[in-house]
Every structure is written in C-alpha cells, then in structure tokens.
Design a protein around this ligand. Structure first.
Ligand code: HEM
Length: 364
C-alpha cells in the first residue's frame, strides 16, 4: 500500500471514496487532529478492530473503543491502571516461560517452522488470559476464538460468565476480580459489559500482536539486522518501535464527523465516516525523515500505530512488553534465522496488515 499512500498524501490528502462511502485521510497532521478531537470526530459506530476481517468471530457490543465520553471514560477508567507498564511488569516471567514452552515444543520437531502460525499465533491470546486470570488449561477457549465462529464465541461467553460468577463469590487478585468489584460511579459493571470487555481485549489484542511479532522477524531478516538485535548492538525496544512504524499491524482507524468540517478544500459533512490511514501517517515525510527507510535506531519515533488521544491503545504497554520479552527469549535461543520462501502472503484486510505465514529455518 505504501506507494499508493505516497501518491494520496501528495495529490489527494483528504478525499471521498464513493464506493466505500467514506472520507480517506492520509497526512500525519490531519490524522492527529481527527484522533485527538473527539468532540468533532466520534467513535460511536459499529466498528471494531478487525471487524472487516473475514475470520473475526467476535461480536463487540458497547465497549470503550466505540463509546465517546463520558461513557468512554467510565469504561476505560475501570481498567486503565492495570494496563500500565508498572503493573504489567509482574507478568514478565510468565511471558518468558510461555515463549520457552512454545520454542521447546517447536524445536523438538525440527528447526523449520512457520513463525506466524506455529510460534507467534497462540501467544497473545494466552497472555490476555493470563492477565485476566484465566487458567492455562482453558487456553483453547481463547486461542480458538478466531477459528470457528459462533461455537467458540458461545463457549467463551459461557465460560467468562461462569468465571465472573465464581470471582464474585471468591475474589482473587486478578484483573477480572478488580473489574467485577469496581464501582467507578457507584455502580458495578454489568455482566454484559464485563464479557464485552474481555472480548474486546481478545479481538483488539490477539491478531495485532501476533502480527507485530511476525513483522519484527520479517523486517529484521529482510534488512539483515538479526545479529545486531541478538547481541544488543541495536536496542530491541527501539527496533520494535520501528517495526510498529514501518509495518504497522493496524493501518486504519475509523471515526464519524459530528458536524461539518472544512479540510483541504473539502467539506466533510456531519454523519460522514472517516478512515484515518495511520499506515500512511507513519510514512509521511512531513513528520519523519527518510520515512521509506527501515531504521531500527530511529529516535524519536512518534508513529501512530497505537492511535492517539483518549482512545490510544489500552494494550500498547502490554504489546510492547510482550514483544520485547518473547523476542528476547527467541534470540537468546536462536542464533540465526533464514526465511525459507520468497513468497509473502499478506493479510489482506484494510485494518490488519502483516504476513499470514513466515516459514523460517533457524539455527540454535
Ligand atoms: C485501541 C492498535 C494491541 C487493547 C487501539 C487503537 C489502535 C490499536 C490503533 C485505537 C483505536 C481507535 O482509536 O479507534 C493496536 C496494535 C496492537 C494492539 C497495533 C499490537 C501491536 C493491543 C493489546 C490489547 C489492546 C495487546 C489488550 C490486550 C485495546 C483496547 C483499545 C485499543 C481495549 C480501545 C481503547 C479505547 O478505546 O480507549 N489499539 N493494539 N490492543 N486497543 Fe490496541
């Protein structure tokens, strides 16, 4: 999509697409405005990260991602503190162990495997289960969610509803118990809201993070940075930020105008849908020097892959910690990686971007 982004930024930075019936925006500054001005650009519509993707098997009801203030503030306020880096640090060892277990299983069968489906795919859903306090034996309920639609969704709903009941009677110290017992405005969250929250975490946090892990290996191999990252000559955190900028897992964020807005000679009308192409913002030369170059040492790196403003990704600190921890374990045990095919099969939804598979051969 990148040559197209460049053309659009220069020739039609804001334009109406008759077929998709929405405005597209391509420049960094415009997108920054749209995402931060939540009065003019509302999140209240039937969208969710990934709902344009065919394999998205979860319906989202009302959750923080499609609510405006003050409802957004209430829903996010309940959980915000549990997604801060300081709170999440306690899970680091669990994530390490999870990465080791994945590698043990894979390497027992050989050194050629698909990084995306065999190594990365199950990790983010299990991590979300872990922070919610869902036991590992139940992992298939979480990792199966995207595979077979209704059944798994019903199963997940039944399971979470049961778990919520259990935690109501006997609270533990996991996030779910906290969410159940929180009373931000004198009221507890309803069972429906709690389920929707869990489903939102899975929908927004699974595929996106699998893609981040896969895109990292893709970029590091393609640009020959594996050994530098392995030995620490290139800082892994900084390199991950560049993967997020250069090959973001999410390319679009959607809003609806609440009033008429004039921009670049166009008038966006009240009620019009706007697609903000964060994938294009990340390559905008008005913001980044040399944006088409993958520079794993780029600093600062104010990419828009996690959005901006009040809806900025709740899971960003989790995704960052998870990517750093899991990739660190991977590079501690793997001395070299070769991608074994020239074919690149992209995930082809407007929202999600990355590779479906990344067959590799590794040396330990
Ligand atoms: C919001 C991207 C990982 C949970 C968002 C938004 C983006 C995004 C662009 C803003 C949507 C908007 O403004 O409408 C990503 C990417 C990820 C990732 C690229 C991985 C690389 C995660 C994880 C979780 C998560 C791991 C949780 C487990 C959420 C939630 C929101 C959100 C709950 C809604 C926040 C709000 O509305 O206040 N994410 N996300 N995300 N993300 Fe993520």
């Amino acid at each position: 999509p990148y040559p197209w982004y460049q053309k659009m930024r220069d020739t039609a930075p804001v334009r109406y697409d008759e077929t998709r019936e929405c405005w597209d925006m391509f420049q960094y500054d415009d997108i920054q405005t749209v995402l931060t001005d939540f009065d003019t650009f509302s999140s209240e519509h039937d969208i969710s990260l990934g709902n344009e993707s065919e394999d998205s098997a979860l319906d989202l009801g009302e959750t923080m991602i499609n609510r405006d203030p003050p409802e957004h503030e209430r829903l996010r306020g309940i959980v915000d503190e549990y997604f801060q880096p300081g709170y999440l640090r306690q899970f680091e060892e669990n994530f390490e162990e999870l990465a080791h277990t994945q590698l043990d299983q894979i390497l027992a069968d050989g050194t050629e495997f698909d990084f995306a489906s065999e190594f990365a795919a199950p990790i983010p859903a299990i991590v979300i289960g872990e922070i919610l306090g869902i036991p590992r034996e139940k992992r298939e309920i979480l990792t199966g969610v995207r595979q077979d639609g209704d059944n798994t969704q019903r199963e997940l709903k039944e399971y979470i509803t049961g778990l919520v009941q259990e935690r109501k009677e006997t609270p533990t110290d996991d996030i779910l118990s906290e969410v159940i017992h929180a009373t931000p405005d004198g009221k507890e969250m309803t069972a429906e809201e709690i389920y929707n929250f869990c489903a939102l975490l899975l929908l927004a946090g699974s595929h996106t993070t699998v893609t981040l892990l896969t895109n990292a290996i893709w970029m590091f191999t393609e640009h020959d940075f594996i050994s530098d990252v392995r030995v620490g000559a290139i800082d892994l955190d900084t390199a991950i930020e560049e993967v997020l900028r250069y090959q973001p897992s999410v390319h679009t964020v959607v809003r609806t105008a609440t009033e008429d807005v004039a921009l670049h000679g166009n008038t966006i009308q009240e009620g019009d849908r706007i697609v903000a192409w964060v994938g294009s913002a990340n390559r905008d030369p008005r913001q980044f020097d040399d944006p088409e170059t993958f520079d794993p040492e780029r600093k600062p790196n104010p990419h828009m892959t996690f959005g901006r403003g009040i809806h900025v990704c709740l899971g960003a600190p989790l995704a960052r910690l998870e990517a750093r921890t899991v990739l660190r374990v991977f590079f501690d045990r793997i001395s070299d990686v070769d991608v074994t095919t020239d074919e690149r099969t992209p995930i082809t939804t407007p929202t999600l971007w990355g590779l479906q598979t990344l067959p590799i051969s590794v040396r330990t």
